[in-house]
Design a protein around this ligand. Structure first.
Ligand code: F6P
Length: 535
């Protein structure tokens, strides 16, 4: 049992000793603290000194990672072992960004297919950008609409939003449609012209309800405006593992960009799911993204655990989650173009580690994946930071900033806010400091409202520059962090059975809502909602 293991119980008793630990006092006592708790790799610096940890905490956390077999499990993943036990699948998204020419999986050298699809993407992107691939009236493609959801939307949308200021001039603008509410499609449809629009239907399974509804709506919209079904071929491409279904939808095999069942949805932006990224940002930026992620893969595989950035971030998360009773964390980018990053990390982390059954099929008796949320600094400072600074619970936070965003205006105030917030969360403000600066009478209790406990942990993540390579490394950093946590918690981070029940029940309710059948055997609340919402 993990919770009875030596490393776990050692951390439990250490947590008791750490109750009185105060970061602000530690910084005063130990001037070397910041230089010891710092790491750098792949254009990313991580300052993790503003955490409630001592050298002993770190050593014990590394012991736990070692005891959990992180190294062996990591190597098993990279080798292509079927570590996704419940689906009997390998987990090989790392192969998608590897330059290696050979990796044999199930008797096949998968690197040949990986590189062949990448070449196909390059060729297609070039034909769209150069104007070889034209719309049905001979006009250039100016808009791309990515229709997908979950991993087939969040990753590409986050990357395109982050890097689109560096798009080549001849690249189309990429829009994203994901929501089941038709308002999402309509909003994009109002901005595009069928003659100059390419639809990318992105779905691993090609069965996801939202995506198939939106894809059909897009095709109907297109055909209604062009009055020619034949032109669909020039304007619709698909990214999927399900060739039979893309064919049934009417997309020619040549226009299907393939990937494989060993790529999980939320790990798929490196695969052909990245087609919209390559179309919007250029094939070069897509390749740079892959190479940045590969550099982080190498760091993850080569650095000793105590110097390994994904391992350190994972174990800090475990420290708070399992030993300090705080089950949330914040993702706070101070880069406007990383606005989609918190949502992306939400799916990555919560769909991967939101599990309560371990790999042996037993219920866990410890906390697993935390609730992840966040938003853009500095906006979030004027919204939910109040709770982060003075709320009754402390929430560890990842602050992310870029040294070079390509935009010098407002850069100093932006960075000053980034630093100041981590400083404020760590230092707090003591009662004597409040009194010293306040003219209000202390005896009325008015000073206490201005007191900040401080001692609230943050990681400061500084990107050398916000470019494709560094972004690739940042994404891979979070992927591996989530992986390490899953290994320690002994859960399968690569399935998502928890999303299925709602899908099943929604399908069953549709006929009753459409008035085609009477619903039976519903609980009173569900029946009430069906009655109220029936068409
Ligand atoms: O329902 C959850 C999920 O399966 C995610 O894991 C996935 O990223 C998303 O739906 C989309 O799936 P697909 O690419 O098969 O449409």
């Amino acid at each position: 049992m993990l919770s009875q293991s030596a490393a776990w119980t050692a951390l439990k008793s250490h947590a008791d000793e750490m109750h009185a630990f105060n970061m602000r006092e530690e910084f005063t006592r130990d001037p070397d603290r910041a230089s010891r708790f710092r790491e750098q790799a792949c254009g990313i610096s991580l300052d993790y000194s503003k955490n409630r940890i001592s050298d002993t905490t770190l050593a014990l956390l590394v012991d736990l990672a070692t005891q959990a077999g992180v190294v062996d499990k990591r190597d098993a993943m990279f080798r292509g072992e079927k570590i996704n036990l419940t689906e009997q699948r390998a987990v090989l998204h790392t192969a998608l960004r590897s330059p290696d020419s050979s990796l044999v999986f199930d008797g096949e050298n998968i690197m040949r297919s990986v590189h062949a699809v990448l070449k196909k993407i390059d060729k297609f992107v070039d034909s769209v950008h150069s104007g070889k691939h034209l719309g049905y009236t001979g006009k250039r493609i100016e808009n791309v609409v990515n229709i997908g959801i979950g991993g087939s939307d969040l990753g590409p949308k986050m990357v395109v939003t982050a890097l689109e200021t560096g798009s080549p001039n001849n690249a189309p603008k990429v829009h994203f449609v994901s929501n089941i509410d038709n308002a999402d499609f309509e909003k994009v449809a109002a901005q595009i012209d069928p003659e100059t629009t390419l639809f990318v239907i992105a779905s691993k399974t090609f069965t996801t309800q939202e995506t198939m509804l939106n894809a059909n709506t897009a095709r109907d919209w297109f055909v209604a405006q062009t009055s020619s079904k034949g032109d669909v071929a020039k304007h619709f491409v698909a990214v999927s593992t399900a060739l039979d279904k893309t064919r049934a939808f009417g997309i020619q095999d040549d226009n299907v960009f393939e990937f494989w069942d060993w790529v999980g949805g939320r790990y798929s932006l490196w695969s052909a799911i990245g087609l919209s990224i390559a179309l919007g940002l250029g094939a070069k930026q897509f390749r740079d993204l892959l190479s940045g992620a590969h550099a982080m893969d190498n760091h993850f595989c080569e650095a000793p655990l105590e110097r390994n950035m994904p391992v350190l971030m994972a174990m800090l998360g475990i420290w708070y989650n399992n030993f300090c009773d705080t089950r949330q964390y914040l993702v706070l980018p101070y880069c406007y173009s990383l606005s989609e990053f918190p949502s992306y990390v939400q799916q990555l982390d919560m769909e991967s580690n939101g599990k309560s059954i371990d790999i042996d099929g037993n219920a866990v008796d410890y906390a697993t994946g935390p609730a992840v949320w966040g938003g853009l600094g500095s906006n979030a400072q004027h919204a939910f930071y109040q709770l982060a600074h003075q709320g009754t619970q402390f929430i560890p936070a990842d602050f992310i900033v870029a040294r070079d965003t390509g935009n010098e205006f407002h850069h100093h105030p932006l960075v000053a806010n980034f630093i100041a917030q981590t400083q404020a969360l760590m230092r707090g403000k003591r009662v004597d400091e409040v009194s010293a600066e306040s003219s209000l009478p202390a005896e009325d209790g008015l000073h206490s409202h201005r007191y900040f406990s401080g001692n609230r942990p943050t990681n400061a993540i500084v990107l050398e520059s916000l470019d494709a390579r560094t972004l690739g490394a940042l994404i891979a950093l979070y992927e591996h962090k989530v992986f390490v946590q899953g290994v320690v918690w002994r859960i399968n981070s690569f399935d998502q059975w928890g999303v299925e029940l709602g899908k099943q029940l929604a399908k069953a309710l549709e006929p009753a809502l459409a008035g085609e059948t009477e619903s039976t055997n519903l609980d009173a609340s569900t029946q009430f909602l069906v009655d109220v919402l029936r068409a």
